[in-house]
Design a protein around this ligand. Structure first.
Ligand code: ATP
Length: 357
């Protein structure tokens, strides 16, 4: 087990800055998820930790030791890739044993480690099978097993579940979380899927354009996003935004943009007073609309029943919104609808996207 520290890490590929001055301190034994849209630099960050890419600038420490110049095989890490990278001609046992044989582990130790990893993963019955005789989920377990037998200081996962169907992904997500609790190892996991990040990570690192946007636990990330990007990236359905100018009319503060103005109340209204005449954005999560209410009136576009709740897509003054309501609320396309807003939970962002409240 070991902590991992990235200190002002930058990676350039010619003109492209894939990773831009990233500093992250990953505690020993934690499950950290790097998440962000395609091209944000998360895979490159992972590959830098693994030693598969050379740093342009900065330092990486594993277990307190500078590893900038260490070969991947000497870093005591094990990486699980998206495509599993199993050897097709070897059976499961040999796939899992391969790395240990290369390192000249004694035969009985290899046997012990492979059987123990297979038991942890519930694949004892598959040890004689070839990868082509396995389902996607089973292949994934073998790939994880190959990492476990190494007993590495740090596990690195690069989108390991993206080749699985939706149901299998949910199951493997829980399995990997359980595996983490059981092994207590440091795990660094890359995904573009914010749900995967939220459900698995002790700590989530949100990246965009090679830069870290926020490092926080899932609930902090959800309730106190540092900026508009994080606010919009984390959460389903995504946060609603009203972009406009903060205006004062009489004693009330509004955010007005185009044909639409949204009245504010409570702390957001107070804070918006300091931005009168300036561009701001108001962020409202779907579940913070109150039905019925009277802060905002629009027309229902579509309703998506999700089971216990429904997503109501509606338009008000040319702006599109999505509200989450209890499934007992029955609304129909074309219908007029008015919502209240839980202003205590509403966010305000400045022109640069930084959260004010
Ligand atoms: P994805 O989810 O699509 O894999 P990512 O967040 O993992 O995206 P990276 O693969 O780290 O992103 O890539 C970050 C940026 O660096 C991208 O603009 C990508 O095109 C660029 N990049 C990555 N590898 C190379 C390379 N070997 N040569 C040149 N550019 C690269």
């Amino acid at each position: 087990m070991a902590g991992v520290r990235l200190e002002r890490v930058t990676k350039r590929f010619g003109e492209v800055v894939a990773v831009d001055n990233v500093s992250i301190d990953i505690e020993d034994g934690s499950f950290v998820v790097l998440v962000g849209p395609s091209g944000c630099g998360k895979t490159t960050t992972l590959r830098l930790i693994a030693g598969l890419e050379e740093l342009t600038e900065g330092n990486i420490y594993i277990d307190g030791k500078l590893v900038n110049y260490l070969a991947p095989k000497d870093r005591d890490i094990a990486m699980v890739f998206q495509n599993y990278a199993l050897y097709p001609h070897m059976n499961v046992f040999d796939n899992m044993a391969f790395g240990l044989r290369l390192r000249r582990f004694p035969r009985d130790e290899i046997e012990r480690r492979v059987r123990s990893a297979a038991a942890i993963l519930g694949i004892e019955d598959l040890l004689h099978r070839k990868p082509r005789e396995l389902s996607g989920g089973q292949r994934q377990r073998v790939a994880v097993g190959r990492a476990i037998v190494r007993d590495p200081k740090v596990f690195l996962f690069d989108e390991p579940l993206s080749n699985l169907d939706a149901k299998m992904r949910v199951q493997m997500r829980a399995e990997l979380s359980r595996l983490h609790s059981r092994l207590g190892s440091t795990m660094i996991y890359v995904t573009h899927d914010q749900v995967e990040a939220m459900t698995m990570g002790d700590i989530i690192v949100v990246m965009k354009d090679g830069k870290v946007q926020q490092v926080a636990d899932p609930i902090t990330l959800y309730n106190q996003p540092e900026n508009r990007f994080v606010a919009g990236f984390i959460g389903t359905p995504p946060m609603n935004f009203v972009d406009g100018i903060a205006e004062k009319r009489g004693r009330r503060v509004f955010v007005a943009g185009g044909d639409f103005s949204l009245p504010l109340s409570g702390e957001v209204a107070e804070k918006a007073q300091e931005y009168i005449g300036k561009k701001v954005s108001v962020g409202i999560r779907g579940e913070h609309f109150i039905f019925p209410g009277k802060a905002i009136t629009g027309t229902v576009d579509i309703v998506e029943p999700m089971g216990s709740e429904s997503y109501v897509y509606f338009t008000a003054g040319g702006v599109s919104f999505v509200a989450k309501v209890h499934s007992t609320v029955l609304l129909h396309p074309g219908e007029k609808v008015s919502f209240g807003i839980d202003y205590e939970r509403v966010h305000l962002f400045d022109e640069d996207g930084k959260r004010i409240v």
